[in-house]
Design a protein around this ligand. Structure first.
Ligand SMILES: Nc1ncnc2c1ncn2[C@@H]1O[C@H](COP(=O)(O)OP(=O)(O)OP(=O)(O)O)[C@@H](O)[C@H]1O
Length: 299
């Protein structure tokens, strides 16, 4: 299955935000769209979800324009970044309603509603009015409705918003499983713990990187410096501009510093970058927004 964007652009007002032109191709797998606040991630996802029309360019699914292809919407699942829920409905009524909008016949609607409610751990909650639900449970309901039609294309804008760590892990694992046979594109500020097939980075409406996460991580090799210390030592460390990630492991703090030179702290060693460290390195030091880091070989 393939979703292809060619020369997509969007401009808000004459002097407003401008996105693109953006071109890329997505095949089955889990694709992560990342970038700073305001980079244009939601705008791009909304266009792929047919909620917003591009000014120029084409988005094609199975070689046909998604706007001309009536079948595309039936095969699409979409979780917007913010969404309204019908507060007076119960979760179950909402799922049935959404299943109806997606054209599922009543019996299949019930079966799929049951499946997604169990999958996202909200089956019991579904009996209650949505007005009474917490934020994390509402997010689970948003994810559940996106999967009602067993979509071949799944677009999730910030799927981990409000989820507790346990549910985030469960959703990551579920997405990895689903992505074997689906095109999944998610935007997220949470980069760790995801089995990402390809990474897309947006900044200022420009696509700066599109490729395998390993190629991106390699860019940060030799720029990460690591120090493992006890909590007491950690509390005494002076603030350092190159501080990147801090991970608590077995009661010890592993501090990763990100920069061209190691910080002047005794015991610092060359560190191993992960996606998060590579992303911080890119944000801090790679300020040119040309498409310089490209890897055209699928992982
Ligand atoms: N309907 C609109 N009208 C005018 N400007 C808009 C509209 N929608 C988005 N924008 C602007 O487009 C820019 C990109 O917004 P977008 O929400 O796509 O960014 P984002 O990368 O998803 O950000 P975040 O990580 O904060 O969610 C912002 O400057 C935003 O104000």
């Amino acid at each position: 299955m393939m979703l292809e964007l060619t020369g997509i652009t969007k401009q808000f007002g004459a002097a407003g935000f401008s996105l693109g032109p953006v071109s890329f191709r997505l095949e089955n797998g889990l694709h992560l769209l990342a970038g700073p606040n305001g980079a244009g991630k939601s705008t791009l996802l909304r266009m792929i979800a047919t909620v917003l029309r591009p000014d120029c360019g084409q988005i094609a699914w199975r070689n046909g324009d998604i706007y001309a292809n009536g079948g595309y919407k039936r095969t699409l699942g979409y979780l917007p970044q913010t969404f309204g829920l019908y507060e007076e409905m119960t979760g179950w009524e909402f799922l049935q309603y959404m299943a109806g909008l997606k054209g599922l016949p009543p019996r299949l609607a019930r079966e799929r509603s049951d499946f997604v409610a169990i999958r996202f751990g909200i089956r019991q909650e579904c009996r209650r009015r949505i007005a009474l639900w917490s934020m994390g449970l509402r997010q689970r309901l948003g994810l559940a409705q996106a999967l009602l039609n067993d979509p071949a294309v799944l677009i999730l804008d910030e799927p981990f918003n409000g989820l507790d760590p346990e549910e985030s892990r469960a959703v990551s694992a579920f997405l990895a499983q689903l992505s074997e046979e689906r095109v999944i594109l998610i935007s997220s500020h949470v980069l760790s713990g995801l089995a990402v097939t390809r990474l897309l980075l947006l900044r200022n409406g420009r696509l700066c990187f599109e490729g395998a996460p390993t190629a991106f991580i390699n860019e940060a090799r030799g720029q990460v410096w690591s120090l493992t210390v006890s909590k007491d030592q950690w509390l005494k460390l002076p603030h350092h501009d190159s501080t990147g990630t801090i991970i608590l492991e077995d009661g010890q703090y592993r501090c990763n510093f990100i920069g061209e030179r190691p910080p002047d702290i005794p015991g610092v060693q060359v560190g191993e970058p992960g996606l998060e460290e590579a992303y911080i390195f890119w944000l801090r030091y790679n300020h040119s927004t040309s498409e310089e880091i490209r890897d055209d070989h699928p992982a």
